[in-house]
Design a protein around this ligand. Structure first.
Ligand code: NAD
Length: 251
């Protein structure tokens, strides 16, 4: 039995087949959902077109721009009417803010990382809520670097702490409208975004060393939890951040 049959879910942040968002999209399709994809720019559109089916609905959405987000959700409304969920799997910080000293983070770099990696969830929720159905879900992706000082994760750790607080505040605001907002704290996975962190191999190694079988969590495992959190099966979970890291957070 599939538990997302007939549901329409917007997935934001697929860059390629290694993206966590791709694991989420595939899991939701397996559960019977139709996935609507957003992409950042033309380069990402080309990359996305190579991996999605020909009839998939793709919409440009650069989260740096309110106009772009508003226009994306207006196009999605015209196409789908209502939607049943949004996966926000988007983050960005300049390379120089993901190495060295936290005291060297620039004012501009701080603002940019917070804007794309944290504020964007608020902006997406603002426009998304207008077309989200009752009993729908919003899920965003975070990392344990929000709670612990992980070497070189620096600016992104600070942005993820802000993202997690945003998840809780958004959840409190939107739950009376029957929209649940939650987060997944995923273990380190080799994707395009993670390679921006200096010595990112050590992050991946850390995640593999601490799992019981020394195999790091996969995008499929993160995707399955995401599909569950989007679905009404998780109706009791509101404003939470769930670890999907195969136990890395335990030690
Ligand atoms: P990824 O590079 O595959 O995905 C990042 C996505 O962010 C890309 O699709 C990119 O186009 C998008 N993006 C960046 N700036 C954007 C903008 N201005 N507008 C629209 N989209 C924009 O990497 P990923 O690791 O799959 O990242 C997805 C999420 O998962 C991120 O929030 C990341 O921090 C989080 N996460 C990743 C890991 C990991 O180890 N890879 C662990 C925990 C959490």
């Amino acid at each position: 039995m599939t538990y997302l049959s007939g549901k329409k879910i917007v997935v934001m942040g697929v860059a390629n087949k290694k993206s966590i968002a791709w694991g989420c999209a595939e899991a939701m399709e397996t559960q019977g959902a139709e996935v609507i994809y957003t992409y950042q720019n033309d380069r990402m559109k080309k990359s996305l077109q190579k991996i999605v089916s020909e009839d998939a609905f793709l919409v440009e959405c650069d989260v740096a721009s309110d106009e772009s987000i508003q226009s994306a959700f207006s196009q999605i409304k015209d196409y789908a009417g209502e939607i049943d969920g949004i996966v926000h799997a988007i983050a960005y910080a300049k390379k120089e803010e993901l190495s060295g000293n936290v005291t060297d983070i620039s004012r501009d770099g701080y603002a940019l990382a917070q804007d794309i990696s944290s504020y964007s969830l608020i902006a997406v929720s603002k426009y998304g809520q207008e077309i989200l159905s009752e009993n729908s879900g919003i899920v965003s992706l975070t990392y344990i670097g929000s709670e612990r000082a992980i070497p070189n994760y620096n600016m992104m750790g600070i942005a993820k702490a802000s993202l997690e607080a945003s998840i809780r505040y958004l959840a409190a605001e939107l739950s009376p409208k029957k929209i649940r907002v939650n987060g997944i704290s995923a273990g380190a996975i080799k994707t395009l975004a993670v390679t921006g962190v200096q010595d990112y191999q050590k992050l991946i190694q850390l995640s593999e060393d601490r799992t019981p079988d020394h195999i790091g969590v996969t995008i499929e495992e993160v995707g399955n939890t995401c599909a569950f959190l989007i679905s009404p099966l998780s109706s009791g979970i509101i404003g939470d951040v769930i670890y999907v890291d195969k136990g890395v957070h335990l030690s």
